[in-house]
Design a protein around this ligand. Structure first.
Ligand SMILES: [Zn+2]
Length: 326
């Protein structure tokens, strides 16, 4: 994966490429940011670029070194993964021993530490000296979703790079670049909250099932049909509703509302978010006036924001229900 194959985070990618071009890649780095935004891929691409036989500021993906790193069998690029809940002290000697030895095959030795927040104090302390003064040919990249759990003594020795969630547009573009049809890419981008890896793991049949379910719930609400379906599923549920589940439902509700607006404004049906639902959208939009549609859209926005702030899901679902039914 070259840098341009990693979706979003153009600022971070630019910094990395520049530092490669100037041959000033920091030796101790901390990549932080939410899940699925490309931290590990960026670290691997950086490791390849540091050892690539063809390019100096990116991975060519073709040469012997790039391919070996991709396959996980390049002796100078070593990935450390937690054994269970922790990265234990006995996983660390390899870092201490190899860090000071010249690379065997490549130009640079690169250690990737996944879920670096799982280093316990003992593990972290054992590599402080390496992080503090690594030899020029050694790079250590710590990767974490939870920088708050990284010891300050570790953090202060690293150059920190923050990755941001990838926007819907960027996910959509990345999916289209990978050959997904425009409509599919647009809908998938809605469902994954900036997580490209999740999007790539989604099955289209599963997405269709979720949309079908969302449409049934949404239609029941606006038509005052079996509107309590929504409450039963999200508000009165005894077991905990998964936040991501409601998030996806709300994104889909919002896409239906936006399609209602488009129809009410006599827009081009080709621009529908859900073009394959055109006849349902045309039937459904009659239940809501223009103002009601905008109010509903507003209510969904509020619910999504509250969900982001970890508000109680039952309360939030009840509030949205009253807003849509009231
Ligand atoms: Zn290469």
């Amino acid at each position: 994966m070259a840098f341009h194959d990693i979706a979003g985070n153009s600022r971070v990618k630019k910094i990395l490429k520049l530092s490669l071009q100037r041959q000033r890649v920091p030796n101790s780095m901390l990549f932080c940011g939410p899940q699925g935004v490309g931290k590990r891929n960026a670290a691997l691409t950086l490791a390849k670029a540091l050892n690539c036989l063809e390019k100096t500021d990116d991975a060519c993906e073709e040469c012997l070194h790039c391919r070996a790193i991709h396959g996980g069998n390049f002796p100078d690029v070593i990935e450390i993964v937690a054994a269970g809940d922790f990265i234990k002290i006995d996983q660390m000697p390899i870092v201490k021993q190899l860090a000071y030895l010249k690379p065997m095959s490549g130009r640079r030795r690169v250690f990737l530490v996944d879920e670096a927040e799982k280093m316990n104090e003992e593990s972290a302390n054992s590599i402080l000296k390496v992080l503090e003064e690594p030899p020029l040919f050694t790079h250590i990249i710590l990767i974490t979703e939870n920088p708050a759990f990284i010891l300050q003594t570790v953090k202060s020795r690293c150059q920190v790079l923050s990755f941001s969630p990838v926007s819907k547009d960027e996910i959509e573009q990345a999916l289209r670049d990978r050959g997904y049809e425009e409509e599919k890419a647009r809908i998938m981008a809605l469902l994954v909250r900036g997580n490209l890896e999740q999007a790539l793991g989604l099955e289209w049949e599963e997405i269709q099932r979720r949309r079908q379910e969302a449409w049934e719930l949404f239609h029941a609400l606006i038509s005052r049909g079996e509107s309590s379906l929504f409450l039963r599923k999200y508000a009165f549920q005894k077991r905990n509703v998964v936040k991501e589940d409601l998030e996806q439902m709300l994104e889909l509700f919002s896409s239906f509302c936006r399609d209602f607006v488009l129809m009410k404004e006599n827009g081009d049906p080709a621009l529908l978010f859900n073009p394959d639902y055109e006849s349902r959208i045309r039937e459904g939009e009659k239940y809501l006036s223009y103002e009601q549609t905008l109010r509903t859209l507003d209510g969904i926005d509020v619910a999504m924001t509250s969900l982001g702030r970890n508000m109680n899901i039952g309360l939030l679902a009840s509030a949205l229900y009253s807003r849509m039914i009231g």
